[in-house]
Write a protein that binds this ligand. Structure first.
Ligand code: ZN
Length: 388
């Protein structure tokens, strides 16, 4: 067993980066016909629920070779009725070539294929080929946090309607204020940034294992003294001084993504997995987790910081060789499902808890990405409120 490395990097850099893909602008026109056809099938339901949620049974996705990571993330997207609500309103590309290379459109087609109800699993081949046109290669094992960011950036870049891009951002983006305060004088720098996930260290500064999600969040928001090599230049003092760096939470989105940094990068450039026990709650209230100093929000914003667990993307195996699956709570049925590529089965909360991890069994299944949903959204959604 490899030795746990020293301090885990608390990289707090904004994760919403520009997409690395540079695709030519696609000229599109609204193909109302296709949308009308779907609406005609069941006008009331499709306006409220995403397509995947209309089905009684969840549908699997075949593994094309190392696509378990992609499959898990797709299921998390598709089971989110707010996301499918956005996807269903995209502009359909006009030409066949544009359709082939448009990620949101290919995701919509796959969703419809899953919804048609004829198969227990469908093949995400067209979407996988579409992604390979955007540098997401086939037959490569991805890190789920990285692939989630890549997919999200591709969606944001290729959705043509500005109002839908805004909705997508509102659905997933976390707003943070970073404070840097000189410890010699009163000089202070504040900057706002947005993040797609909160990258939470699972070890503290002394390499002690954090054993609850709340501890990880508290550690993430703990102020950090920047000394020695990390000192910053203070324009008031005219020299490099010790700064206190702190993060303040400004806004939390409807769907909140938390990334447990279980893959540990050592100085030797080898990575290993931290599989220790780390529990996470079904209900999470940020007001109870963070102190007043760690928030930069008014009471009406904070009142919405109550969450319920929606999905867990879990990893089993080692860093170089592993497998992903997704545990997702159906928002329409309020039941947990395990999506393991083409196999989908109903599971219990106890099954989900098995992803807490165990120190002695690092290869065992451990939660890697956690998706929480707001319990009391500002704009009530009938689909969600029914089962809460
Ligand atoms: Zn200063």
């Amino acid at each position: 067993m490899g030795q746990v490395s020293g301090r885990q990097e608390r990289s707090k850099k904004p994760e919403v980066a520009l997409s690395e893909t540079m695709e030519a602008e696609i000229e599109v026109q609204n193909n109302k016909k296709e949308i009308e056809e779907v609406k005609a099938k069941n006008p009331k339901l499709t306006s409220v629920f995403g397509v995947a949620d209309l089905k009684n049974e969840a549908v699997g996705l075949y593994n094309l070779g190392q696509t378990c990571c992609l499959n898990s993330l797709l299921q998390v997207f598709f089971m989110n009725i707010r996301f499918t609500g956005i996807l269903r309103r995209i502009t359909v590309p006009s030409s066949a070539a544009q359709k082939r290379s448009n990620v949101p459109y290919q995701m919509l087609l796959l969703l419809e294929k899953m919804q048609c109800g004829k198969c227990k699993a469908v093949c995400p081949r067209d979407l996988a080929y579409c992604l390979s046109e955007h540098r997401v290669k086939l037959f490569v094992q991805y890190d789920a946090a990285q692939l989630f960011l890549t997919l999200w950036n591709l969606l944001k870049k290729q959705i043509r309607k500005p109002e839908l891009v805004e909705e997508l951002s509102d659905l997933y983006t976390i707003c943070i204020q970073e404070h840097l305060a000189c410890q010699k004088c009163s000089f202070e720098i504040k900057s706002n940034s947005t993040m797609l996930t909160l990258p939470l260290p699972v070890l503290d500064a002394n390499s002690h294992r954090l054993s609850t999600l709340e501890d990880c969040l508290q550690y993430f928001f703990l102020p950090e003294e920047l000394t020695g090599q990390n000192m910053c230049f203070c324009q008031q003092c005219g020299k490099k001084t010790t700064f206190l760096q702190s993060m303040r939470l400004v806004h939390l989105p409807q769907t909140l993504t938390l990334h447990l940094k279980r893959f540990c990068f050592e100085r030797s450039s080898r990575t290993h997995k931290l599989g220790h026990f780390l529990q996470f709650p079904q209900e999470l209230n940020f007001r109870e987790v963070l102190t007043e100093d760690q928030c930069q929000a008014d009471d009406s914003e904070k009142a919405t910081w109550q969450y319920e667990l929606f999905a867990v993307v879990a990893h089993s195996g080692s860093t170089g060789f592993g497998h992903y699956c997704a545990y997702i709570r159906s928002l329409t049925e309020c039941k947990w499902y395990c999506f393991n590529d083409s196999e989908v089965c109903q599971v219990s909360w106890d099954d989900v808890k098995c992803t807490y991890g165990r120190s002695s069994l690092n290869w065992r299944e451990t939660a890697y990405l956690l998706f929480y949903m707001k319990k009391h959204p500002q704009q009530p959604c009938p689909g969600v409120s029914e089962c809460l």
